[in-house]
Design a protein around this ligand. Sequence first.
Ligand code: ATP
Length: 229
Amino acid sequence: MVRSAAEAQRPLRIAMLGGTFDPVHLGHLRSAVELREALALDRVHMVPAARSPLRDTPRVAPEDRLALLRLGIGDTPGLVADARELSRHGPSYSADTLAELRETYGPEARLVMALGHDAFMRLPEWRDPHRLFELAHLVVVDRPDHEAPLPEALEELLGDREVDGVADLMAEPHGRLLRLALPSRMAISATEVRRRLAGGDSVRYLLPEAVESHVVAHGLYRDTNRDDG
Ligand code: ATP
Protein backbone atom coordinates (compact mmCIF):
# COMPACT_ATOMS: atom_id res chain seq x y z
CA MET A 1 0.00 0.00 0.00
CA VAL A 2 1.39 3.43 -0.96
CA ARG A 3 0.93 5.98 1.82
CA SER A 4 0.40 9.67 1.03
CA ALA A 5 2.58 12.31 2.72
CA ALA A 6 -0.16 13.01 5.29
CA GLU A 7 -0.57 9.32 6.02
CA ALA A 8 3.16 8.85 6.36
CA GLN A 9 3.11 11.33 9.30
CA ARG A 10 0.43 9.35 11.01
CA PRO A 11 1.47 6.64 13.49
CA LEU A 12 1.26 3.11 12.13
CA ARG A 13 -1.95 1.24 12.87
CA ILE A 14 -1.38 -2.44 13.50
CA ALA A 15 -3.76 -5.16 14.61
CA MET A 16 -3.22 -8.62 15.95
CA LEU A 17 -5.92 -11.24 15.47
CA GLY A 18 -4.94 -14.34 17.41
CA GLY A 19 -6.68 -17.68 17.43
CA THR A 20 -6.34 -21.37 16.99
CA PHE A 21 -7.37 -21.13 13.32
CA ASP A 22 -8.25 -24.82 13.46
CA PRO A 23 -8.85 -24.32 10.52
CA VAL A 24 -8.95 -20.73 9.30
CA HIS A 25 -12.33 -19.98 7.68
CA LEU A 26 -14.01 -17.16 5.79
CA GLY A 27 -15.45 -15.71 9.02
CA HIS A 28 -11.88 -15.03 10.22
CA LEU A 29 -10.63 -13.75 6.89
CA ARG A 30 -13.54 -11.52 5.98
CA SER A 31 -13.48 -10.06 9.53
CA ALA A 32 -9.77 -9.31 9.15
CA VAL A 33 -10.35 -7.51 5.83
CA GLU A 34 -13.29 -5.49 7.16
CA LEU A 35 -11.44 -4.70 10.39
CA ARG A 36 -8.58 -3.33 8.32
CA GLU A 37 -10.97 -1.14 6.37
CA ALA A 38 -12.94 0.04 9.40
CA LEU A 39 -9.82 1.07 11.36
CA ALA A 40 -7.67 2.04 8.33
CA LEU A 41 -5.02 -0.40 9.53
CA ASP A 42 -1.66 -0.72 7.87
CA ARG A 43 -1.39 -4.40 8.74
CA VAL A 44 -3.33 -7.19 10.44
CA HIS A 45 -1.14 -9.90 11.95
CA MET A 46 -3.05 -13.17 12.10
CA VAL A 47 -1.28 -15.20 14.78
CA PRO A 48 -1.99 -18.90 15.25
CA ALA A 49 -1.52 -20.05 18.84
CA ALA A 50 0.74 -23.02 19.42
CA ARG A 51 -1.33 -23.95 22.43
CA SER A 52 -4.06 -21.75 23.85
CA PRO A 53 -4.04 -21.52 27.67
CA LEU A 54 -7.86 -21.77 27.78
CA ARG A 55 -8.68 -24.35 25.14
CA ASP A 56 -8.23 -27.97 24.20
CA THR A 57 -5.24 -28.87 22.09
CA PRO A 58 -6.10 -28.06 18.46
CA ARG A 59 -7.02 -30.89 16.11
CA VAL A 60 -4.09 -30.63 13.72
CA ALA A 61 -0.41 -29.77 14.08
CA PRO A 62 0.57 -26.10 14.33
CA GLU A 63 2.49 -26.33 11.05
CA ASP A 64 -0.66 -27.49 9.24
CA ARG A 65 -2.76 -24.70 10.77
CA LEU A 66 -0.10 -22.21 9.69
CA ALA A 67 0.01 -23.65 6.16
CA LEU A 68 -3.78 -23.35 5.93
CA LEU A 69 -3.65 -19.78 7.21
CA ARG A 70 -1.04 -18.86 4.58
CA LEU A 71 -3.17 -20.42 1.86
CA GLY A 72 -6.26 -18.63 3.16
CA ILE A 73 -4.57 -15.24 3.18
CA GLY A 74 -2.99 -15.78 -0.23
CA ASP A 75 -2.15 -12.33 -1.62
CA THR A 76 -4.75 -10.39 0.42
CA PRO A 77 -3.30 -6.90 0.95
CA GLY A 78 -2.47 -6.03 4.55
CA LEU A 79 -3.03 -9.49 6.06
CA VAL A 80 0.02 -11.31 7.41
CA ALA A 81 0.32 -14.92 8.64
CA ASP A 82 2.51 -14.43 11.70
CA ALA A 83 4.23 -17.59 12.98
CA ARG A 84 5.89 -16.11 16.07
CA GLU A 85 3.82 -18.02 18.67
CA LEU A 86 4.68 -21.35 17.08
CA SER A 87 8.37 -20.94 17.86
CA ARG A 88 7.75 -20.00 21.51
CA HIS A 89 7.71 -22.66 24.23
CA GLY A 90 4.69 -23.30 26.42
CA PRO A 91 1.18 -21.86 26.09
CA SER A 92 0.69 -18.84 23.84
CA TYR A 93 -0.10 -15.66 25.79
CA SER A 94 -1.40 -12.76 23.70
CA ALA A 95 0.31 -10.24 25.97
CA ASP A 96 3.72 -11.67 25.06
CA THR A 97 2.89 -11.36 21.37
CA LEU A 98 1.63 -7.79 21.82
CA ALA A 99 4.83 -6.93 23.71
CA GLU A 100 6.87 -8.16 20.76
CA LEU A 101 4.76 -6.20 18.29
CA ARG A 102 5.08 -3.08 20.47
CA GLU A 103 8.85 -3.55 20.43
CA THR A 104 8.82 -3.83 16.63
CA TYR A 105 6.49 -0.94 15.85
CA GLY A 106 7.48 1.47 18.65
CA PRO A 107 5.63 3.39 21.37
CA GLU A 108 3.57 5.63 19.06
CA ALA A 109 2.08 2.86 16.92
CA ARG A 110 -1.64 2.30 17.41
CA LEU A 111 -1.67 -1.34 18.39
CA VAL A 112 -4.97 -3.21 18.41
CA MET A 113 -5.80 -6.64 19.74
CA ALA A 114 -8.89 -7.74 17.83
CA LEU A 115 -11.13 -10.53 19.04
CA GLY A 116 -14.63 -11.86 18.53
CA HIS A 117 -17.33 -11.36 21.16
CA ASP A 118 -17.06 -15.00 22.31
CA ALA A 119 -13.35 -14.67 23.05
CA PHE A 120 -13.91 -11.27 24.67
CA MET A 121 -16.41 -12.75 27.16
CA ARG A 122 -13.63 -14.89 28.57
CA LEU A 123 -11.20 -12.02 29.07
CA PRO A 124 -11.39 -12.08 32.91
CA GLU A 125 -9.97 -15.64 32.78
CA TRP A 126 -6.86 -14.53 30.91
CA ARG A 127 -3.55 -14.16 32.69
CA ASP A 128 -3.14 -10.51 33.74
CA PRO A 129 -5.76 -8.98 31.40
CA HIS A 130 -4.88 -5.43 32.54
CA ARG A 131 -1.49 -5.83 30.89
CA LEU A 132 -3.23 -6.15 27.52
CA PHE A 133 -4.48 -2.55 27.84
CA GLU A 134 -0.98 -1.34 28.69
CA LEU A 135 0.16 -2.72 25.37
CA ALA A 136 -2.80 -2.33 23.02
CA HIS A 137 -6.38 -1.29 22.43
CA LEU A 138 -9.00 -4.00 22.39
CA VAL A 139 -11.42 -4.10 19.48
CA VAL A 140 -14.28 -6.53 19.84
CA VAL A 141 -15.97 -7.78 16.71
CA ASP A 142 -19.63 -8.79 16.74
CA ARG A 143 -20.27 -12.42 15.94
CA PRO A 144 -23.65 -13.99 15.16
CA ASP A 145 -24.74 -16.52 17.82
CA HIS A 146 -22.40 -14.90 20.34
CA GLU A 147 -24.36 -12.01 21.78
CA ALA A 148 -24.52 -12.63 25.52
CA PRO A 149 -24.37 -9.62 27.85
CA LEU A 150 -21.06 -8.92 29.59
CA PRO A 151 -20.44 -10.63 32.93
CA GLU A 152 -19.84 -8.36 35.91
CA ALA A 153 -16.17 -9.28 36.19
CA LEU A 154 -15.68 -8.08 32.63
CA GLU A 155 -17.53 -4.80 33.20
CA GLU A 156 -15.26 -4.19 36.20
CA LEU A 157 -12.16 -4.95 34.21
CA LEU A 158 -13.18 -2.52 31.46
CA GLY A 159 -13.91 0.43 33.75
CA ASP A 160 -14.27 3.53 31.58
CA ARG A 161 -12.05 2.35 28.75
CA GLU A 162 -14.81 2.06 26.14
CA VAL A 163 -14.92 4.65 23.33
CA ASP A 164 -17.61 5.19 20.68
CA GLY A 165 -15.59 5.56 17.52
CA VAL A 166 -12.38 4.97 15.63
CA ALA A 167 -11.09 8.55 16.01
CA ASP A 168 -11.20 8.32 19.82
CA LEU A 169 -9.52 4.93 19.72
CA MET A 170 -6.73 6.12 17.48
CA ALA A 171 -6.08 9.24 19.56
CA GLU A 172 -3.95 7.04 21.88
CA PRO A 173 -1.47 4.23 21.26
CA HIS A 174 -3.23 1.79 23.64
CA GLY A 175 -5.63 1.40 26.57
CA ARG A 176 -9.10 1.75 25.05
CA LEU A 177 -11.90 -0.54 24.00
CA LEU A 178 -14.08 -0.32 20.90
CA ARG A 179 -16.94 -2.62 20.01
CA LEU A 180 -17.48 -2.90 16.27
CA ALA A 181 -20.23 -4.33 14.10
CA LEU A 182 -18.54 -5.17 10.80
CA PRO A 183 -20.65 -5.21 7.61
CA SER A 184 -20.53 -8.96 6.85
CA ARG A 185 -21.17 -10.78 10.07
CA MET A 186 -20.71 -14.46 9.31
CA ALA A 187 -22.04 -17.33 11.37
CA ILE A 188 -19.10 -19.58 10.53
CA SER A 189 -17.18 -21.38 13.26
CA ALA A 190 -14.22 -23.71 13.12
CA THR A 191 -16.08 -26.12 15.40
CA GLU A 192 -18.82 -26.52 12.79
CA VAL A 193 -16.26 -26.78 9.97
CA ARG A 194 -14.45 -29.58 11.82
CA ARG A 195 -17.73 -31.33 12.52
CA ARG A 196 -18.65 -31.22 8.84
CA LEU A 197 -15.23 -32.45 7.72
CA ALA A 198 -15.32 -35.31 10.23
CA GLY A 199 -18.73 -36.34 8.93
CA GLY A 200 -17.74 -36.02 5.27
CA ASP A 201 -20.14 -33.08 4.69
CA SER A 202 -19.51 -30.16 2.37
CA VAL A 203 -17.52 -27.15 3.58
CA ARG A 204 -17.77 -25.32 0.25
CA TYR A 205 -17.95 -21.51 0.73
CA LEU A 206 -17.14 -21.81 4.42
CA LEU A 207 -13.42 -22.05 3.70
CA PRO A 208 -11.33 -20.39 1.00
CA GLU A 209 -10.99 -22.78 -1.95
CA ALA A 210 -7.24 -23.23 -1.44
CA VAL A 211 -7.81 -24.14 2.22
CA GLU A 212 -10.51 -26.65 1.35
CA SER A 213 -8.29 -28.26 -1.30
CA HIS A 214 -5.37 -28.60 1.12
CA VAL A 215 -7.58 -30.04 3.87
CA VAL A 216 -9.02 -32.63 1.50
CA ALA A 217 -5.68 -33.49 -0.15
CA HIS A 218 -4.05 -34.10 3.25
CA GLY A 219 -7.02 -35.80 4.87
CA LEU A 220 -7.03 -33.28 7.73
CA TYR A 221 -9.89 -33.31 10.29
CA ARG A 222 -11.17 -36.69 9.15
CA ASP A 223 -12.59 -39.30 11.50
CA THR A 224 -12.90 -37.33 14.68
CA ASN A 225 -15.84 -37.13 17.03
CA ARG A 226 -14.16 -34.90 19.58
CA ASP A 227 -16.36 -31.88 18.94
CA ASP A 228 -19.68 -33.61 18.48
CA GLY A 229 -20.75 -33.43 22.09
P1 ATP B 1 -13.87 -22.66 17.38
O1 ATP B 1 -15.18 -22.90 16.72
O2 ATP B 1 -12.92 -23.80 17.37
O3 ATP B 1 -14.03 -22.00 18.73
P2 ATP B 1 -13.42 -20.19 15.98
O4 ATP B 1 -14.12 -20.29 14.68
O5 ATP B 1 -14.06 -19.39 17.09
O6 ATP B 1 -13.05 -21.62 16.47
P3 ATP B 1 -10.79 -19.19 16.66
O7 ATP B 1 -9.52 -19.60 16.02
O8 ATP B 1 -11.02 -19.58 18.04
O9 ATP B 1 -11.98 -19.65 15.68
O10 ATP B 1 -11.02 -17.64 16.51
C1 ATP B 1 -9.99 -16.68 16.47
C2 ATP B 1 -10.63 -15.31 16.67
O11 ATP B 1 -11.53 -15.04 15.58
C3 ATP B 1 -11.47 -15.21 17.95
O12 ATP B 1 -11.29 -13.89 18.49
C4 ATP B 1 -12.89 -15.40 17.45
O13 ATP B 1 -13.83 -14.75 18.28
C5 ATP B 1 -12.82 -14.75 16.07
N1 ATP B 1 -13.79 -15.34 15.14
C6 ATP B 1 -13.94 -16.62 14.81
N2 ATP B 1 -14.93 -16.81 13.92
C7 ATP B 1 -15.44 -15.58 13.68
C8 ATP B 1 -16.51 -15.11 12.86
N3 ATP B 1 -17.26 -15.95 12.12
N4 ATP B 1 -16.77 -13.78 12.85
C9 ATP B 1 -16.02 -12.94 13.62
N5 ATP B 1 -15.00 -13.32 14.41
C10 ATP B 1 -14.71 -14.64 14.45
